[in-house]
Design a protein around this ligand. Structure first.
Ligand code: ATR
Length: 277
């Protein structure tokens, strides 16, 4: 690679037009005065391996990975971090100077950092956490909660078998609750997390009874479009502390940007504004 090449990074997925990552990384590159570019790349399934292996030769220092390639991309990595292996997917590839491809997952880091920044009084050890949903996002959230020492994780999913699989993978700390009982499980929780896609633009809202929730329970939604979901509005009315999901997206990008461009960016109100524009 030429020494003077301007570093390139990007996000691969399909479709990719909706991704907020280009606006985010471009904002950081600009405000930090770094010469570099961050590009959305729509990749067809059959081209995935070839493109991942070609990008480093084109001056890419790494890429983010999004739907539907977060699992598949690990097959092309020379090195998979323990965290990515545990979560079962990678959202970040680092193309190292020695030619090796390094796969990591920074979603669990982003999840925790968002809560720490927006709800500094939140104590993960205060009581059980209740998770709605059992897809890929739930796996990252569980890994994060286990790491920060949540005493118990209650999990409920429309398709119960997926929640049971998570219990098999993550162990005794998980308790599976029937989807129809999800409202009851929330009453026990000190932390509530929606990891389903319910509430997203174009999807029905997530409707669970929140009247039994203890005041001061932290409720967070991974959905960030819209920012204030039905769940968060209801939780606010019930006296809970609420945190929207945008910050998770912003914080998960911090370690990737630092690895690629050598500077650790900050997540501020200005960063939020830049991706909401
Ligand atoms: P991700 O990787 O973002 O978590 P996913 O693996 O497609 O995406 O998971 C989406 C989650 O939203 C799942 O928990 C899914 O429930 P199922 O496992 O039963 O499919 C949940 N979900 C999506 N639409 C739903 C709906 N209409 N009602 C209840 N849960 C829904």
């Amino acid at each position: 690679m030429s020494l003077n090449r301007i570093p390139l990074a990007g996000v691969i997925g399909s479709p990719i037009a909706h991704s907020k990552s280009p606006a985010l990384h471009t904002h950081w590159l600009k405000t930090l005065g770094i010469a570099g570019h961050y590009i959305p790349i729509d990749v067809a399934q059959e081209d995935l391996e070839h493109i991942v292996k070609t990008l480093p030769k084109m001056g890419f220092v790494g890429v983010n990975v999004t739907v539907p390639y977060k699992e598949k991309v690990m097959d092309f990595a020379d090195l998979v971090t323990d965290r990515a292996a545990l979560i079962g997917s990678a959202n970040t590839l680092i193309f190292r100077k020695d030619g090796k491809i390094h796969a990591d997952n920074t979603d669990s880091y982003g999840f925790i950092q968002n809560l720490r920044q927006k709800a500094p009084d939140w104590d993960p050890k205060a009581g059980p956490a209740a998770i709605l949903g059992a897809g890929g996002a739930a796996r990252a959230v569980i890994a994060a909660l286990v790491e920060v020492g949540v005493p118990e994780i209650l999990i409920s999913n429309r398709t119960k078998a997926r929640a049971e699989k998570l219990k098999t993978d993550f162990g005794k700390r998980l308790r599976v609750v029937d989807w129809v009982q999800a409202g009851n499980m929330l009453e026990e929780a000190a932390t509530v997390i929606n990891t389903t896609s319910l509430g997203m633009v174009g999807k029905p809202p997530l409707r669970v009874p929140l009247d039994g929730l203890q005041k001061g329970t932290l409720v967070t939604d991974l959905v960030y479009a819209p920012l204030m979901t039905h769940l968060l509005n209801e939780a606010n009315e019930a006296g809970c502390v609420t945190v929207d999901g945008l910050g998770m997206l912003l914080h998960q990008a911090v370690p990737a940007f630092e690895r690629w461009f050598g500077v650790r960016p900050q997540v501020t109100d200005e960063t939020r504004a830049a991706v909401l524009r």
